[in-house]
Design a protein around this ligand. Structure first.
Ligand code: HEC
Ligand code: HEC
Ligand code: HEC
Ligand code: HEC
Ligand code: HEC
Ligand code: HEC
Length: 441
C-alpha cells in the first residue's frame, strides 16, 4: 500500500469530483439534444412548413402583393387552376419563370384575342389543353395580374383539395408549435452542441495537462487520467437512465393527451363524394340559396341533404357542367331515372348523446350558416369547418347575444335582464344555454 500524502488525497477527490461533474453534465447535454431532436421528429409538419417558407422567401416579392394575389387568385382563378397541380387548367406554380410578364398579362386579359393575334405559345398551350376556354379577365389590372403571379410562384406547396383526403380524421387538429418554435428549438440544439464540444475540448486539455505531471500522481489518479471516454458507462449511469425514463414518460403522456382530445373530433374532414357536386359552383357562382336545397335548415332540427328531385329541377335542362362536362351530371340523371338515391358521405355528425337543432340557431338566433360551416360557397368539396366539440358549443353560448327582435317572449326576459342590471347583452348562456339537459338527452 502506498502511503497517501494529504496532497494526493486532495488531488484525488478533486479529480473524482471533476470527472463526476463533467460526466453528469455530458449526460445532461446528451439527453437535452435527444429531447430536442425528439420534438423535431414530433413536429414534421412544422419543419416542412419552415422549409417551404425558407425556399419561398428566396425569390423576393412584396408580401402585400402576394396577399393581394392570393385573394385575387381565390376569387378568379381557383375554380380552374391549382397552384401545384393540373386541374381544368395547368398548374400555375412557376408560370412567372415560364412566361414573360407581358405574355401573362395579355393572356389573362383576353386569351382568345391574344391567340387570334397569332402568338405561338398561346396557341400551343390552348391546343395542349384540348382547346378548353379560359375566361377572359379584361377588368384585372396589370398590377393585379402580377400580384397573382407573385402569389402562385410563392405559394407554399398545398395538398390536393379532394381525391387524396379520403381517410376520416386524417387531418386532426393542429398539435401546437409553429415556425417560431422550430427556430427556437434549432437554436437550442446549436447552443447545446457548442457547449458539448467546448466541454470535450476542456476535458481533453485538463487530461493532457495532468498527463504531463503523471509522475507525481497516485495510481488511482493515473487511472482516471488515462481513462478513455466510455459511452457505455454514460449510458449505464443512473442519471442517464432516470433522465431518459422521465423524458419518455413525458412524451408518452403528452401524445396520449393530444390523442384523447382529438377522439371523435373530425375538423377538416373532407371526404370524396360519389358525385363531384360543387358548392362553389351552385351556392357561390350561381348564387343558389342554401335553403333551396337544405330545406330544413330554417324549419327544423335537420338541415337535410337535398333529394334528386331538387337537383332535377335544374338538371332536366342543364346537361353540361364547366368542369366535368356531361359525365357528372349524367350520373345525377341516371340515378334519378333508376330511382336510386345518391349515397352522399356524411360530413358533420354529432354523437347521439348530443342534441342540436338548426332552426333554433338559424331562424331564432339568426346565425349565418357560415358562422358554423365556414365559407361553404367557396368550397369545391365540403369540409368540416368547426370542430363540433362541446367546448365549441359552450363558448359560443357564452359569447353570443340572443336575437330578441320580434320575439315577445324574449322581450319579457330582456326586461328581467335589464332590471337585474346585468352588464352587456343577454347571452345564450343566460337563457340556459349551458344546462346539460338542453344539449343532452
Ligand atoms: C374557366 C377556367 C379557367 C379560369 C377561371 C382561369 N383559367 Fe387560366 N387556364 C385555363 C385553361 C383551360 C388553360 C389552358 C389553356 C387553354 O386551354 O386555354 C389556362 C391557362 C392559363 C395560363 C397559361 C399557363 C401556361 O402554362 O402557360 C395562365 C398564365 C393562366 N391560365 C392564368 C390564369 C389566371 C391568372 C386566372 C385568374 C385570373 C385564370 N387563369 C383563370 C382555364 C381557366
Ligand atoms: C344545389 C343544392 C345545394 C345548395 C344550393 C347548397 N347545398 Fe349544401 N349540400 C348539397 C349536397 C348535394 C350536399 C351533399 C354533398 C356534399 O357534401 O357536397 C351538401 C352538403 C352540405 C354540407 C355538409 C353536410 C354533411 O354531410 O355534413 C353543408 C354543411 C352544407 N351543404 C351547407 C350548405 C350551405 C351553408 C349552403 C349555402 C351557402 C349550401 N350548402 C348550399 C346541396 C346544396
Ligand atoms: C337551381 C338550379 C340547380 C340545382 C337545383 C342543381 N344544380 Fe347542378 N348545376 C346548375 C348549374 C347552373 C350548373 C353549371 C352549368 C354551367 O355553369 O355550365 C350546374 C352544374 C352541376 C354539375 C357539373 C359540375 C361541373 O363542373 O361539371 C354537377 C355535377 C351538378 N350540377 C350536380 C348537381 C346536383 C347533385 C344537384 C342536386 C343536389 C344539383 N346539381 C342541383 C344548377 C343547378
Ligand atoms: C350554430 C351552428 C350551425 C349553424 C348556424 C348551421 N349549422 Fe348546419 N350543422 C351544425 C351542426 C352542429 C351539424 C351536425 C348536426 C348533427 O350531426 O346532428 C350541422 C349539420 C348540417 C348539415 C348536415 C345534415 C344535417 O342536417 O345534419 C347540413 C346540410 C347543414 N348543417 C347545413 C346548414 C345550413 C344550410 C345552414 C344555414 C342555413 C346551417 N347548416 C347552419 C351547425 C350549424
Ligand atoms: C355560433 C354560435 C353558436 C354555436 C356554435 C352553437 N350555438 Fe347553440 N345557441 C346559440 C344561440 C345564440 C342560442 C340562443 C338561441 C335563442 O335565442 O333561443 C343557442 C341556443 C341553443 C339551444 C337552445 C337553448 C335554450 O335555451 O333553449 C340549444 C339546445 C343549443 N343552442 C345547442 C347547441 C349545440 C349542441 C351546439 C354545438 C353542437 C351549439 N348549440 C352551438 C349559438 C350557438
Ligand atoms: C351547448 C350544448 C352542450 C351543453 C350545454 C352541454 N354539452 Fe356535453 N356535449 C355537447 C356536445 C355537442 C358533445 C359531443 C362533443 C364531442 O363529440 O366532442 C358533448 C359531449 C359530452 C360528453 C361526452 C364526452 C365528450 O367530451 O365527448 C359528456 C360526458 C358531456 N358532454 C357532459 C356534459 C355535462 C355534464 C354538461 C352540463 C354541465 C354538458 N355536457 C353540457 C354539448 C353540450
Amino acid at each position: 500500500m502506498a502511503k497517501i500524502s494529504e496532497k494526493t488525497l486532495l488531488n484525488m477527490s478533486r479529480l473524482t469530483l471533476l470527472s463526476n461533474i463533467s460526466r453528469s453534465f455530458l449526460t445532461f447535454v446528451f439527453s437535452a439534444v435527444f429531447t430536442v431532436s425528439a420534438s423535431f421528429a414530433e413536429a414534421p409538419a412544422d419543419t416542412t412548413k419552415a422549409n417551404a417558407a425558407a425556399t419561398t422567401t428566396t425569390s423576393a416579392a412584396d408580401p402585400a402583393a402576394i396577399k393581394e394575389g392570393e385573394s385575387l387568385f381565390k376569387a378568379n382563378c381557383k375554380s380552374c387552376h391549382k397552384v401545384d397541380m393540373d386541374a381544368v387548367g395547368p398548374a400555375l406554380k412557376g408560370v412567372g419563370s415560364r412566361r414573360k410578364p407581358q405574355w401573362i398579362r395579355d393572356w389573362v386579359h383576353n386569351n382568345a384575342a391574344f391567340r387570334a393575334k397569332g402568338d405561338k405559345d398561346a396557341i400551343a398551350i390552348w391546343e395542349k389543353w384540348n382547346k378548353s376556354e379560359m375566361t377572359a379577365f379584361p377588368t384585372l389590372t396589370d398590377a393585379q395580374i402580377d400580384a397573382i403571379v407573385a402569389y402562385v410562384d410563392n405559394a407554399p406547396a398545398t395538398t390536393a383539395p379532394s381525391d387524396t383526403t379520403g381517410t376520416k380524421g386524417a387531418n386532426g387538429p393542429a398539435t401546437g408549435g409553429g415556425e417560431y418554435d422550430t427556430v427556437i428549438l434549432g437554436l437550442v440544439v446549436v447552443v447545446l452542441l457548442l457547449v458539448l464540444i467546448t466541454l470535450l475540448v476542456f476535458l481533453r486539455v485538463i487530461k493532457k495537462y495532468l498527463k504531463e505531471k503523471e509522475a507525481g500522481l497516485s495510481s488511482e489518479d493515473k487511472e482516471l487520467v488515462n481513462q478513455k471516454f466510455d459511452i457505455k458507462a454514460v449510458v449505464k449511469s443512473k442519471g442517464f437512465i432516470t433522465i431518459v425514463s422521465v423524458l419518455f414518460i413525458v412524451i408518452a403522456v403528452r401524445a396520449c393527451w393530444l390523442g384523447m382530445l382529438s377522439i371523435g373530433v373530425e375538423q377538416n374532414y373532407q371526404p370524396v363524394q360519389p358525385i363531384h357536386f360543387s358548392h362553389k359552383l351552385h351556392a357561390g357562382d350561381n348564387k343558389i340559396n342554401c335553403n333551396y336545397c337544405h330545406t330544413g335548415a330554417y324549419k327544423g332540427k335537420q338541415a337535410n341533404i337535398p333529394s334528386l328531385n331538387i337537383c332535377m329541377n335544374c338538371h332536366t335542362h342543364v346537361k353540361k357542367g364547366p368542369q366535368y362536362g356531361e359525365t357528372e351530371i349524367a350520373k345525377v340523371v341516371a340515378a334519378y331515372n333508376e330511382g336510386t338515391p345518391i349515397r352522399w358521405v356524411r360530413i358533420h355528425n354529432l354523437p347521439d348523446l348530443a342534441y342540436f337543432n338548426h332552426s333554433q340557431h338559424t331562424k331564432v338566433a339568426g346565425i349565418e350558416c357560415q358562422k358554423c360551416h365556414g365559407p361553404i360557397e367557396e368550397m369545391e368539396v365540403v369540409k368540416q369547418y368547426s370542430n363540433l366539440t362541446m367546448g365549441w358549443c359552450i363558448n359560443c353560448h357564452r359569447e353570443t347575444a340572443v336575437n330578441s327582435q320580434g320575439n315577445a317572449y324574449y322581450d319579457r326576459l330582456l326586461k328581467v335582464h335589464d332590471e337585474a342590471k346585468r352588464k352587456g347583452d343577454m347571452t345564450a348562456e343566460e337563457m340556459g344555454g349551458l344546462d346539460c339537459s338542453k344539449c343532452h338527452y
